[in-house]
Design a protein around this ligand. Structure first.
Ligand SMILES: [Zn+2]
Length: 445
């Protein structure tokens, strides 16, 4: 069999597996009262991979897309009513200084059911578990050499995610380290709930959960209360989590009686067509957020902007012949940091330069004064006087474009990209496109 044929066969097998696990999920959700009155069906789409369409219905704004019984969701109520899962968490071991997020606990719940299924085929969530992706494409899953070719902002975010995930994992491991599976006898802390498994489960919750309003979350008998820090207002939503995100639709999610209902609020056209993919909105999110949390980005995302840091300005100065010969008073940088003016520094294709970025560029490049009281008057005075920073802004954007081109070049030198690496590379190219477009629409006069 030739390579192409073999690939085709593999793909056909994969899609047959997918549809049989989805079939099982329909049956499972149906037994919990789901009617699928909008005739939703999963399909593979070239651009997004798996997504949802309706083979019978067209939708207009205000129409319901899906009505899923609340009992189909995996929420705090589900965890609190699962006696065997609860028994893994001995309340006497909870430590108020070592709490975990609810997201981390739901990740444990997924790992718990995945093992039940692998070990004794006894999980009630077998059908759902089979529909979950095996891997995720956020930069978090890039190889170390790939991470070394990513910009500071992506690296920082990935390091922060890693710190959080490892922190939660250590706490969880401490709680279950003495326990073993009744069926196979393996240790939870050492063999079953591994760090790799936890990372997968954590990102499953990260990418696939829905928000539940706290109004709905009645006070539960709370075994986990002393373990969890923060809210419990998220849930996994089997099948509903197959909807992909678009920046051009608006949707609402509400609990109506015993149902979780997603409705269309607005569409970029008058109505949807049968078989066309149906999208929902995960929120007005820029590409950086989509990439780091969900592992994808959108071309010409309406909600996009490009963040800049004080370090970017310092690097740009170093690389600019004219600017690097000037001296800059350290009081100015101190003042900027003390007043958090370096927060919210970004460029936006339509709105131009953010207020803080304008103030910061003005203070650094246009001000001779370095006494705090004078800086104060300038920074928080009349905004009109900051109009003169266009050349420096343009240098800064050009510097970022060049920097991102170098990162892309470095990534291309690596032998075989991971899926995360390829997605991150394509994101860098979208940033370059965005910034180049910004330069064209905001020329130096
Ligand atoms: Zn077992």
């Amino acid at each position: 069999m030739g390579r192409t044929q073999r690939l085709r066969l593999q793909r056909a097998q994969k899609s047959a597996e997918d549809s049989s696990s989805l079939q099982n999920l329909y049956v499972h959700l149906h037994s919990l009262g789901w009617q699928n009155h909008t005739h939703l069906s999963a399909q593979n789409y070239a651009q997004t991979g798996r997504g949802l369409c309706s083979k019978q219905d067209t939708f207009y704004p205000e129409d319901e897309l899906i009505r899923l019984p609340v009992d189909c969701l995996i929420s705090i109520a589900t965890l609190e009513s699962d006696m065997e899962f609860k028994s893994l968490f001995n309340k006497d071991l909870f430590d108020k200084d070592a709490r975990i997020s609810f997201q981390a606990l739901v990740a444990c719940y997924l790992m718990y059911h995945k093992h039940l299924q692998d070990c004794s085929k006894s999980s009630g969530y077998a059908a759902y578990l089979d529909t979950l992706p095996r891997s995720y494409s956020a930069p978090y899953f890039c190889s170390i050499p790939e991470l070394q070719c990513l910009p500071e902002s992506l690296l920082e975010r990935t390091v922060a995610q890693n710190r959080q995930i490892r922190g939660y994992y250590e706490i969880i491991k401490g709680l279950v380290s003495f326990l073993s599976c009744d069926c196979c006898g393996k240790s939870y802390g050492l063999e079953i709930w591994t760090l790799a498994e936890f990372k997968w489960a954590y990102f499953t919750v990260n990418t696939r959960s829905v928000h539940l309003s706290s109004r709905f979350l009645k006070k539960q008998s709370s075994h986990f209360q002393a373990l969890i820090s923060g809210d419990t207002n998220l849930a996994l939503a089997p099948f509903l989590d197959l909807f992909n995100h678009s920046d051009s639709v608006q949707t609402t999610a509400e609990i109506h009686g015993q149902d979780y209902v997603l409705s269309l609020k607005s569409l970029p056209f008058s109505k949807t067509k049968i078989y066309d993919q149906l999208f929902i909105s995960y929120g007005a999110l820029p590409n950086f957020k989509l990439l780091t949390e969900y592992g994808f980005w959108l071309k010409e995302n309406k909600h996009d902007y490009f963040d800049l840091s004080l370090l970017d300005i310092e690097h740009m100065v170093k690389h600019n012949k004219e600017l690097s010969t000037q001296t800059y008073h350290r009081n100015i940088f101190k003042f900027i940091r003390e007043h958090n003016l370096n927060d919210q520094m970004f460029v936006h294709i339509d709105d131009g330069c953010s207020h803080n970025l304008r103030v910061v560029l003005h203070l650094i490049f246009k001000q001779q004064a370095y006494f705090p009281n004078i800086l104060n008057q300038i920074a928080f005075g009349d905004a009109e006087q900051f109009e003169d920073v266009q050349p420096e802004l343009s240098y800064l954007v050009a510097y970022k474009i060049k920097e991102y081109q170098i990162f892309v070049g470095e990534l291309d030198k690596l032998p075989k990209p991971s899926e995360s690496g390829s997605v991150a590379r394509s994101y860098l190219e979208e940033c370059i496109r965005y910034l180049a477009n910004f330069q064209i629409t905001h020329p130096v006069e």
